[in-house]
Design a protein around this ligand. Structure first.
Ligand SMILES: C[S@@+](CC[C@H](N)C(=O)[O-])C[C@H]1O[C@@H](n2cnc3c(N)ncnc32)[C@H](O)[C@@H]1O
Length: 420
């Protein structure tokens, strides 16, 4: 007999994970957007919901394939999301089978999908019993990446996919001269690495601003700009401020330009915690211009963010090829806006957290056709991360690099000079 709704146990964590997944699958809504809108306040519940949803998104292709022989017809999208949550609990999150099945059956009843509760019960029990044989012969690396991305990544695809299946560690950038918290691994590029799941706010020195969170690869563009004390630098597209903090703590006079007012508040809060003085401007970098042209601009341009898929696996299923093309056009416009802020001969450090050729090497080639001069990075400049130096003197990483150390985000950077 089916239970009356009042008898169904509440489970806000799984409800939120379900909402996140339906948002991604049905509306191409980013995970953070649903999380931001959720009324759930308990940080542990939010973290659990995030973990469950992210696990589904990381393994979505292979888990969908595993379910295929167990379904006679295609279930509605929300039911598929619930089934995937069940499979993730059984196969990737070590939830005991009775809880993995029971929680999904309850979820379907709570969410007005009671007619599918029997199906979920039968299908998930089979996955619990026969999951290993059902998974035999599947290629998770290939299946968990949408075909357009697999093709675009070419020879890097398998290594990137393997990186996607690992949870990202926590990397910190230290303020110059600050004492490092115990227990971290010092990486060759200078970042400090802690295991995945480490809570940054609990590390000694967080409140007093001795460090900030920044993936090892993400710390490289500002390191490569090598700002000098007193040098005027504009940081375009600045929030939440990891690169601004690097430039300011190197002693540069930094103006940080951010278009979104809410993100600019976060930028200011982060800089305040770090005790760094920076002029923060809320403006569109396409229109804003400094009073005087400057020596250097760092442009960390908005992009598809495919380089961050270890932390944001929703990117895989939300972004489309046409998004990459639109973002690439925006990047051309931002590069030329940066040109209008620079002195003749000034330096532009263009960076994106993208793995796509269209956002990266192709933008540099297009900029050179418009009169910019590409100034290659040298092996000495990239001594801390030599594997990231491309033959053309650009900086490029992907999540499969440094696999034995826990990987890194995908980033691209190149140095351009404004013609004199
Ligand atoms: C990739 S994030 C920047 C990350 C940041 N540089 C850091 O290291 O912490 C891109 C940022 O650019 C901002 N943005 C996008 N388009 C912009 C524009 N035209 N002008 C200024 N900021 C923009 C977004 O709001 C977002 O905060």
């Amino acid at each position: 007999m089916s239970k009356a709704p009042s008898q169904i146990p509440a489970d806000p964590t799984r409800d939120l994970a379900f909402d996140i997944l339906c948002g991604v699958v049905e509306h191409r809504r980013m995970l953070e957007t649903t999380l931001d809108r959720s009324p759930l306040t308990d940080p542990r519940d939010r973290a659990s919901a995030h973990r469950l949803a992210a696990t589904v998104l990381r393994h979505m292709g292979s888990m969908t394939e595993l379910l295929q022989p167990l379904l006679r017809r295609e279930p509605p999208a929300p039911v598929r999301c619930a089934l995937l949550m069940g499979v993730a609990q059984l196969r990737h999150l070590e939830t005991p089978p009775h809880a993995a099945v029971g929680t999904i059956v309850s979820l379907l009843r709570r969410r007005g999908l009671a007619p599918f509760a029997g199906l979920a019960n039968a299908v998930l029990r089979r996955v619990a019993r026969e999951g290993d044989s059902l998974a035999e012969g599947l290629d998770p690396d290939r299946l968990d990446v949408p075909p357009w991305l697999w093709t675009a990544w070419g020879r890097r695809a398998r290594a990137i996919a393997a990186g996607l299946h690992r949870e990202a560690p926590l990397d910190l950038t230290m303020r110059p001269g600050a004492e490092a918290p115990d227990g971290g691994e010092r990486l060759p590029n200078g970042s400090l690495r802690f295991p995945a799941g480490t809570r940054v706010t609990e590390l000694p020195g967080f409140e007093t601003g001795r460090f900030w969170v920044q993936d090892a690869a993400a710390s490289m563009p500002a390191r490569l700009l090598a700002a000098r004390p007193g040098q005027s630098v504009i940081d375009l597209c600045a929030a939440p401020g990891g690169k601004t903090a690097q430039l300011a703590s190197a002693g540069a006079k930094v103006v940080a330009v951010e278009r979104e007012a809410a993100r600019s508040v976060r930028l200011r809060q982060n800089l305040e915690r770090l005790g760094l003085e920076v002029e923060c401007v809320v403006a569109d970098a396409l229109d804003w211009r400094p009073a005087e042209p400057v020596d250097a601009v760092l442009l960390d341009a908005p992009c598809s963010a495919t380089g961050t898929l270890r932390r944001h696996p929703d990117v895989l299923w939300v972004k489309r090829p046409r998004d990459v093309l639109a973002l690439a056009k925006d990047q051309d416009r931002l590069i030329d806006a940066a040109g209008a802020m620079l002195k003749p001969g000034g330096t532009l450090l263009y960076a994106v957290c993208s793995l796509q050729d269209e956002e990266g090497p192709q933008r540099v080639a297009a900029a050179c056709e418009r009169g910019w001069i590409h100034d290659p990075f040298t092996a000495e400049e990239l001594a801390g991360m030599p594997e990231a130096l491309t033959n053309a003197g650009m900086f490029r990483t992907h999540p499969g690099m440094w696999a034995e150390r826990g990987g890194m985000d995908g980033f691209f950077a190149a140095r351009l000079r404004k013609s004199s």
